[in-house]
Design a protein around this ligand. Structure first.
Ligand code: CAA
Length: 260
């Protein structure tokens, strides 16, 4: 499928979604939202794809937020609809039944930071700059920034970032628990591919169940969340991959998982 604002590359079991508006620091415009929706559904439905990576084109930005030029003519209702659509898209990404890695190769601001936070794991270049600068536009984050950020780093630190609008560097973001790993810029995709290769060897249905257990359970009371975990654990025992995993361990060989 031909996209204008992004590229979708399928390399074996890896899908790479490249946000591709480098002239605008990969700002997320309406066209990109539509194409991201299509790309996300395509990788979700492609059973050959086991891991998804989202990154930005060029060496400056992952994404510098929603496209501010489109805000000028936006009515309050348009704005409400726009962020609800972004929120649904980011929820879809968070809920993909396969791991999604953000490879943050530069600015991850506003909607870019919100997209990054919807991914399962975040690797960033040491040159990355991260923040929620919406306050400087007289608005607030609208695609999950006030919610996921507070859940990830705590309310106080989230408030500092959201209320000041200041950007922080990758090391500081790592220190806050916002990133999984910070690597030299020229090593970012090497390290991301290593992680993706590792994840691609795991049992896909167990990966799906593990994501569901963590995502569903996060906002539940512990007792209910544990019951949910126990049910998903039991469900894994219905898979061929469970038999393969256990047999491979007992036979002292690496498992070969099929996603069945
Ligand atoms: N929307 C539209 N265009 C953008 C953009 C954005 N979010 N961010 C950068 N650009 C454009 C710039 O306008 C510029 O275009 P021109 O060359 O045509 O002038 C080009 O990208 C390069 O940017 P700069 O010249 O500004 O580059 P810089 O290195 O001097 O500064 C920057 C980089 C600090 C990231 C700066 O571009 C910036 O502050 N960008 C805006 C960041 C922002 O406020 N993001 C939040 C958006 S609102 C949002 O995301 C709401 C939400 O929750 C969904």
């Amino acid at each position: 499928m031909g996209f204008q604002t992004l590229e979708l590359r399928i390399e074996g079991s890896l899908a790479i979604i490249l946000l591709n508006r480098p002239q605008a620091l990969n700002a997320i415009n309406l066209a990109m939202v539509g194409e991201l929706e299509q790309a996300v559904r395509q990788v979700r439905d492609d059973s050959g794809v086991r891991v998804v990576v989202i990154t930005g084109a060029g060496d400056k930005a992952f994404a510098a937020g929603a496209d501010i030029t489109e805000f000028k003519a936006m009515s309050p209702i348009d704005a409400w609809m726009f962020v609800q659509r972004l929120q649904r898209l980011f929820l879809e990404i968070e809920r993909l039944p396969k791991p999604v890695i953000a490879a943050v190769n530069g600015y991850a601001l506003g909607g870019g930071c919100e997209l990054m936070m919807a991914c399962d794991m975040i690797y960033a270049s040491d040159a990355a700059r991260i923040g929620q600068p919406e306050i400087n536009l007289g608005i607030i984050p609208g695609a999950g920034g006030t919610q996921r950020l507070a859940r990830l780093i705590g309310k106080q630190r989230a408030k500092e970032l959201v209320l000041t609008g200041e950007m922080i560097g990758a090391q500081e973001a790592w220190g806050l628990g916002l990133l999984n790993k910070v690597v030299p810029a020229d090593q970012l995709m090497v390290e991301v591919r290593k992680l993706a290769d590792k994840l691609a060897t795991k049992a896909p249905l167990a990966i799906k169940a593990a994501k569901e257990a963590i995502e569903d359970g996060y906002d539940m009371a512990l007792e209910r969340a544990l019951a949910h975990e126990a049910q998903l654990f039991g469900l894994c025992f219905a898979t061929e991959d469970r038999a393969e995993g256990v047999n491979a361990f007992l036979e002292k060989r690496p498992p070969k998982f099929k996603g069945k």
